[in-house]
Design a protein around this ligand. Structure first.
Ligand code: F6R
Length: 246
């Protein structure tokens, strides 16, 4: 896993947007897998600006999101459907027929996960998967302990993840469960780009990069990936080489 450290969040976000734009330049019908959260907001902003300037088109691309809360309707203000529409899909020329976000309100969530996994297969797999990282090392909503051979499925969120995301919900209560793309599905992506910003990610980054490959640190799986990159700002890189992972 190649790590690149950027002087700040803006530089990291611009570089991440550059990776996506270049890939779409080479292959306009590329299949992307995308995260929500705070970290990718800068990347989405850069990509939307590039789109407005005529520098990149998403018309033929296919989009899959990594995850969604179980029980949230697509129009719930804290849903990842709404997040993606506001911050990215609604600002670019994406074809709605090629935008996939797991349906958190599906009557049969297990069937929804199978449908999602099949849609990824039908699209020919993921070309570029962009990830954030949780403070506990999660990727997507694959919490510590997620099997490396897991597929898209319903998962229980860890207390720490629910706490971090509580502010998005009424009475500060995040849902207990979510739908997430699995570890094996992420691993099969041709290219993976993990973004991390801020000191509150520094420890997770150091453990993932410098510790053992272990299901207890989901992001550590990426060290076995043939084409995984890690884009960090200086704060997120600040525990690297400190021995914290040992
Ligand atoms: C969200 C997702 C999560 C986040 C992670 C970091 O779709 O997959 O794994 O990437 O929790 O979130 P932020 O960027 O908010 O720190």
């Amino acid at each position: 896993m190649r790590a690149r450290v950027f002087p700040g969040y803006e530089a990291m976000s611009a570089a991440a947007a550059g990776v996506i734009a270049r890939r779409l330049g080479e292959d306009p019908s590329a299949v992307l897998m995308l995260p929500t959260g705070t970290t990718p907001l800068g990347m989405y902003r850069h990509l939307s600006t590039m789109h407005r300037a005529g520098e990149v088109s998403f018309e033929r691309a296919t989009f899959f999101n990594l995850d969604e809360y179980l029980g949230l309707r697509p129009d719930h203000r804290a849903s990842y459907h709404v997040y993606m529409k506001e911050h990215f899909y609604g600002l670019i020329d994406a074809d709605p027929a090629r935008i996939f976000v797991p349906d958190g309100a599906a009557p049969d969530p297990e069937a929804e996960c199978e449908r999602y996994e099949a849609a990824i297969r039908e699209a020919g797999g993921i070309d570029v998967c962009v990830l954030g990282i949780g403070r506990n090392g999660h990727i997507g909503f694959n919490e510590p302990g997620a099997p490396f051979d897991s597929r898209t499925r319903v998962v229980t969120l860890s207390e720490s993840t629910r706490l971090v995301n509580a502010g998005d919900f009424e009475a500060n209560r995040a849902p207990q469960r979510a739908l997430t793309v699995g570890m094996a599905t992420i691993f099969e992506s041709k290219e993976v780009l993990l973004l991390a910003s801020g000191t509150n990610k520094a420890r997770a980054v150091a453990v993932a990069v410098e510790g053992d490959v272990s299901e207890s640190v989901p992001a550590s799986m990426l060290k076995r990936h043939p084409n995984a990159g890690l884009f960090l700002d200086e704060d997120a890189a600040s525990d690297l080489g400190s021995g914290v992972a040992g």
